[in-house]
Write a protein that binds this ligand. Structure first.
Ligand SMILES: *[C@@H]1O[C@H](CO)[C@@H](O)[C@H](O)[C@H]1NC(C)=O
Ligand SMILES: *[C@@H]1O[C@H](CO)[C@@H](O)[C@H](O)[C@H]1NC(C)=O
Ligand SMILES: *[C@@H]1O[C@H](CO)[C@@H](O)[C@H](O)[C@H]1NC(C)=O
Ligand SMILES: *[C@@H]1O[C@H](CO)[C@@H](O)[C@H](O)[C@H]1NC(C)=O
Length: 228
């Protein structure tokens, strides 16, 4: 790591003060593990967003109920949210900082692009139990549409898409702009396993004959005045 001069200097300063700094990226809803490796440390958190520094762990006492202290001396946060982004400092009880971890929290949204009329396939992980859809342009208070539900496939209230390849893939054929939006897979407990967003590119290039008619019938005004 200490190959370039500047980095070398940083490494030198760090090793002199005994400080180590790391950057870790975690997706929203996933687990963050901070190894502490000692029972005589103080761990503090300073959020990147506005907010005071807070103590998370003092020796073996967890000060924030969202965190867990494990037998292998690790501080665990089960479900990361955007507000958990910031600096985690692991200090010796006597005072100086032993190690800092800058946690970056990412939405981790996978973007998909399809042309009008193509098929959109979305993988379903083993632990996935529902696939929810929020249509682009829907009002924020609108509830997501359940496209698929493992416990009861009949409850799917959308009548859109079907499972392929032994249930490993959900597919919607002949996509239109009405299929644009966010697709979220959750597990039994409602934890987000994956987020994707679909964009559908125009249909106007194919406006000949019968295809043209289909396009016209698709362009129906919605309540909010936009077209879908
Ligand atoms: C799926 O569930 C198993 C236990 O049932 C768990 O060990 C595994 O981490 C889960 N995978 C994901 C991607 O959540
Ligand atoms: C889709 O997700 C993005 C990122 O979380 C969000 O900003 C946007 O409002 C969502 N759109 C809908 C229709 O839910
Ligand atoms: C999935 O189906 C089960 C059984 O009908 C139901 O209890 C559950 O609420 C459904 N989940 C969603 C997100 O609609
Ligand atoms: C009209 O659309 C059909 C497919 O629906 C396509 O095969 C054909 O090439 C198109 N014709 C022109 C002139 O674009």
């Amino acid at each position: 790591l200490c190959v370039f001069y500047d980095i070398f200097t940083l490494c030198l300063i760090s090793s002199l003060t005994g400080e180590r700094e790391k950057v870790q990226t975690v997706c929203v809803g996933k687990e963050f593990r901070l190894p502490v490796d000692s029972t005589s440390r103080i761990v503090t958190f300073t959020p990147d967003s506005e907010g005071p520094r807070q103590v998370l762990l003092e020796k073996t006492t967890v000060k924030d109920p969202r965190f867990e202290w494990t037998r292998d001396k690790t501080l665990v946060l089960k479900e990361v949210t955007l507000r958990d982004q910031g600096l985690y400092a692991n200090k010796l009880s006597v005072g100086f900082t032993y190690e800092t971890v800058h946690l970056i929290v990412s939405e981790c949204i996978k973007p998909y692009r399809r042309n009008y009329g193509e098929t959109f396939e979305h993988g379903i992980p083993e632990n996935g139990s529902v696939l929810e859809f929020s249509r682009r342009g829907a009002p924020p208070e609108a509830r997501p549409i359940v496209l698929w539900n493992r416990t009861n496939p009949e409850t799917s209230n959308a009548g859109r898409g079907r499972l392929l390849r032994g249930g490993k893939v959900w597919a919607a054929e002949r996509v239109t702009q009405a299929d644009q939006g966010n697709y979220t897979i959750k597990d039994d407990d409602g934890n987000v396993l994956s987020r994707s967003t679909l964009s559908v590119r125009g249909e106007r290039k194919q406006n000949n004959g019968s295809v043209h008619d289909v396009v016209i019938t698709r362009l129906t005004p919605r309540d909010d005045g936009l077209y879908e």
